[in-house]
Design a protein around this ligand. Structure first.
Ligand SMILES: [Cu+2]
Length: 222
């Protein structure tokens, strides 16, 4: 190949500025971080189905291009999954996989609704537009319960069986990191978090899960 063309050499000094400008414009994808969060109870046992989310204090995240979609099935007179976390503006589909009819309701201020008694998997989706906790029940089966946490941020996750969750694609900035385990009320733990680059330290959050109704619900599902 030999030496670079003279015009390339002349242009080279301008490249860093151009790249910086590009980074500033794209924000965010260039240096986004993945934050690993571990959620434990007060005895340091991992908590599955804890909800973790990060609210930016530095910028307003871009709105979702269209309504995100989520699914909560009804199987053997249980909602599946029992716990969901969704972004505001998400539509949830509620297929009924049982061969009996269900009628879903919520009295929660974040979303109050009541479906007709229905069977089958083609019920129209329901739109969740306000942040907060939505507690679901069935008008026919009192034991059916599910928790839907609606968050006003694209950075959210639910912990797995090891109590681990990852918040992906966090641009640099200040955040309020919140974590919550199913309870009658919605009072997430909150801590401040500063992200400067793409390498961030994992975070461990401890929550008091002693009074949660979730273990009882999970035992019932087995
Ligand atoms: Cu039911």
């Amino acid at each position: 190949m030999g030496r670079p063309a003279p015009w390339l050499a002349l242009r080279a000094p301008k490249l860093p500025a151009a790249m910086l400008a590009l980074s500033a414009f794209a924000g965010v994808t260039a240096f986004a971080a993945d934050l690993k969060v571990s959620v434990r109870d007060l005895a340091a046992r991992p908590l599955r189905d804890a909800v973790v989310f990060a609210e930016s204090l530095s910028f307003a995240p871009a709105p979702a291009a269209e309504h995100p979609r989520a699914v909560i099935d009804q199987q053997n007179k249980e909602f599946v999954p029992l716990v969901s976390v969704i972004r505001t503006g998400t539509e949830i589909f509620f297929p009924n996989s049982d061969n009996i009819r269900h009628s879903i309701y919520s009295f929660s201020p974040a979303k109050t609704f009541n479906t007709r008694l229905y069977s089958g998997t083609r019920a129209p989706p329901i739109l969740f537009e306000k942040p907060g906790l939505v507690l679901l029940g069935c008008n026919i089966h009192d034991t059916m319960v599910a928790w839907v946490v609606v968050v006003d941020t694209p950075y959210f996750a639910k912990t797995d069986g090891a109590g681990a969750a990852t918040l992906s694609g966090l641009p640099p900035g200040d955040y309020r990191l919140k974590a919550w385990y199913p309870a009658a009320d919605f009072a997430p733990s909150s801590s401040e978090l500063h992200i400067t680059g793409d390498k961030v330290q994992p975070v461990t959050v401890s929550l008091d899960a002693a009074n949660s109704p979730l273990p009882a619900a999970e035992a019932r599902a087995r």
